[in-house]
Design a protein around this ligand. Structure first.
Ligand SMILES: Cc1cc2nc3c(=O)[nH]c(=O)nc-3n(C[C@H](O)[C@H](O)[C@H](O)COP(=O)(O)OP(=O)(O)OC[C@H]3O[C@@H](n4cnc5c(N)ncnc54)[C@H](O)[C@@H]3O)c2cc1C
Length: 460
């Protein structure tokens, strides 16, 4: 059967021991790695269809990987479909849309759209995959102005577990269209998506870097400042223990830094006026906020671009007060038992509004998201998990009840994945999963198990 698959697929079909096997399975996350029985490097939808049909025939569970930034459950003995060869991006400037193939990274999308003065709703890191990010919600640089990236999807091509390639829109398959935008890889492999673009070519953005002894003042100033800003302002504050290694720029190298990130849609004069209270919250060691082309928005967060091992999760918060801010600082700041990278993002604005065509992204009334992540160098996974649990347990009084799927890194627990959806949405997703994937072929992921009763009803 493997020989037949090799005949059918234009890209490589690799098994353990093949020379190119490691290059095919490895990705950005290095703490977990896929070890599939078969790895297929897909070059297009036909390759994906052949791979899914092969996996279904052998009852091999399927995993999908574009970049590996969001690896959850590693394929151990299953079939891995790699999409990184599928990088086409076609822009329709008149319609303000782009067709984005499964493996395109945001930097590749930005290169195609920004010459037209148009922007996708990409996130902080240009090296993440556009499709995986969008299917998980997609909380971007312009989130408060335009909502989730998933809200701007117009059409999806997807190979479902039955091997069919479907063109899915709000009209053609409304349930599947709803489920894919938030349900991510539970319903098949998306081979391409059409997304709406927004007319943005410049931003007022960048970062303020404060020393550790000003962290509490800055966090508190940020919290109260968020109540005053318009939707054109999307901002966050982080705490980062920068390692003392070559490549980390001074003055951050080896220091615990409180990092305010700003992305404002508007001119520099208005941006300066809005940011003034944050600049005055302490004495920044570095201030990089200025007008910049949207294509350079990746510099605002400056996420590390080198593959590494990390574990982390998040909690959506209905609100924050000074006690909450102090709790985060105490448990995840400079005194944390393991090095923690904290990211507290301001939500609301357009994120709070249900899009014209609703999707499975929930908890829209959350006002903040708290993310905590730790590199898995030095500290072991158990210690990291225990430290993160302490933070999230302590923040429970401020919880909005849910989490963001995109920011559950590593093999998140079943409870965490369930909490990424509102209860009624999770039930609807499980029922749809029972219809589209009754055998749970797509289970090497943040899994939504098929609703059993419905599954047996439909099977019977
Ligand atoms: C440094 C960094 C910065 C980030 N910044 C942001 C941010 O600002 N906002 C935000 O919302 N998220 C952010 N994320 C999270 C990121 O969006 C998710 O991890 C996303 O899933 C990554 O997608 P990927 O394709 O790059 O990764 P992969 O690990 O290749 O894929 C991640 C998941 O998406 C699924 N998937 C990928 N392609 C497809 C497909 N074609 N069809 C079906 N399923 C697919 C995979 O099965 C997998 O479960 C960040 C992550 C990192 C590591």
């Amino acid at each position: 059967m493997l020989a037949a698959l090799r005949e059918q697929v234009r890209g490589p079909v690799l098994v353990p021991g093949d020379e190119a096997y490691d290059a095919e399975r490895n990705g950005f996350q290095t703490a977990w790695r896929h070890r599939p029985a078969v790895a297929v490097g897909a070059t297009g939808a036909a390759d994906v269809q052949a791979a899914v049909a092969y996996a279904a025939a052998l009852a091999l569970p399927v995993a999908v990987q574009a970049t590996g930034h969001g690896l959850s459950v590693p394929a151990d003995g299953g079939l891995l479909i790699g999409t990184r060869r599928m990088t086409g991006v076609t822009v329709d400037p008149g319609a303000r849309t782009a067709w984005i193939e499964a493996g395109a990274r945001w930097d590749q999308v930005l290169r195609a759209t920004t010459p037209y003065g148009l922007a996708p709703l990409n996130g902080s890191a240009p090296h993440t995959g556009a499709v995986g990010y969008t299917l998980g919600g997609g909380l971007g640089l312009l989130a408060r102005a335009y909502g989730y990236a998933a809200d701007h999807v117009r059409a999806l091509d997807v190979v479902t577990p039955d091997g069919r390639l479907r063109h899915v829109t709000a009209d053609s398959e409304p349930d599947l269209f709803w489920a894919l935008r938030g349900g991510r890889d539970n319903f098949g492999v998306v081979t391409g998506m059409r997304v709406g673009l927004v007319p943005v070519d410049r931003l007022y953005g960048g970062g303020l870097f404060f020393p550790a002894d000003q962290a509490v003042d800055v966090l508190e100033a940020f919290r109260s400042w968020t109540a005053t800003v318009p939707e054109t302002m999307t901002a966050s504050v982080g705490m980062i223990p920068f390692p003392d290694v070559p490549g980390v720029p001074e003055p951050m190298r080896g220091r615990h830094i409180t990092h305010v990130r700003i992305a404002h849609l508007g001119d520099a004069a208005e941006g300066e006026r809005l940011v003034a209270p944050l600049r005055a919250a302490g004495t920044p060691l570095r201030d990089t906020i200025a007008e910049l082309p949207y294509a350079e928005g990746g510099s605002i967060y400056g996420d590390p671009a080198q593959p590494h091992g990390y574990s982390g999760s998040n909690l959506l918060l209905r609100d924050l007060d000074d006690r909450a801010v102090r709790t985060v600082h105490e448990l995840a700041g400079p005194g944390a038992p393991v090095p923690c990278v904290v990211d507290l993002r301001h939500l609301g604005g357009a994120l709070a509004r249900t899009p014209g065509v609703p999707n499975a992204v929930g908890y829209r009334d959350a006002r903040f998201i708290l993310r905590v992540l730790s590199p898995l160098t030095g500290a072991g996974l158990d210690a990291v998990r225990a430290a993160h649990r302490r933070v999230f347990d302590a923040m429970e009084p401020w919880s909005a009840g849910g989490r963001s799927l995109n920011f559950i890194y590593g093999d998140g627990t079943a409870d965490q994945v369930r909490e990424a959806y509102e209860p009624a949405d999770h039930r609807r997703l499980a029922e749809l999963k029972a219809g589209y994937d009754p055998a749970n072929l797509f289970r090497l992921n943040h899994n939504i198990p098929p609703a059993e009763a419905t599954a047996s009803l439909r099977r019977g």
